[in-house]
Design a protein. Structure first.
Length: 128
């Protein structure tokens, strides 16, 4: 197992993205980073109804807001994924119409961190 894959297994999703908290930037993932995150997960859910049923209570309303976000071309998020190493260590990401993987929420046993993009990769606004 490579160094990055080992770190992904050992570090919580929330700790990995904590440095984005309070800033303007929303964490995004490259194809390689998303593959490593999926590798570290013990559970992966991509059906929106199942995601809603399995999210922690404090994130359900937020997920509904994210799933309704739009651009002038229609819905902003094309699909979502819930990834979890355990019930206390999870992540929600959304794939935008701009084909970017946006980290929308991370949580652990101590709390959660949430992000919503204000614009897409091309600086076009996202409407909430």
């Amino acid at each position: 197992m490579g160094f990055r894959a080992q770190m992904a297994k050992e570090m919580s999703y929330r700790d990995t993205y904590r440095h984005y908290v309070g800033g303007e930037l929303v964490p995004t993932l490259s194809d390689e980073e998303s593959a490593i995150i999926v590798f570290a997960a013990k559970k992966s859910v991509t059906n929106s109804t199942e995601i809603m049923n399995q999210l922690p209570e404090g994130i359900k309303a937020y997920f509904k807001t994210a799933s309704e976000m739009k651009t002038n071309r229609g819905l902003f998020f094309m699909r979502f994924a819930l990834l979890a190493k355990s019930p206390e260590d999870g992540m929600l990401w959304g794939t935008g119409i701009d084909e970017i993987y946006y980290v929308l929420a991370t949580w652990d046993g101590e709390g959660c961190d949430l992000w919503l993009p204000k614009c897409d990769l091309y600086d076009r606004p996202v409407i909430r």
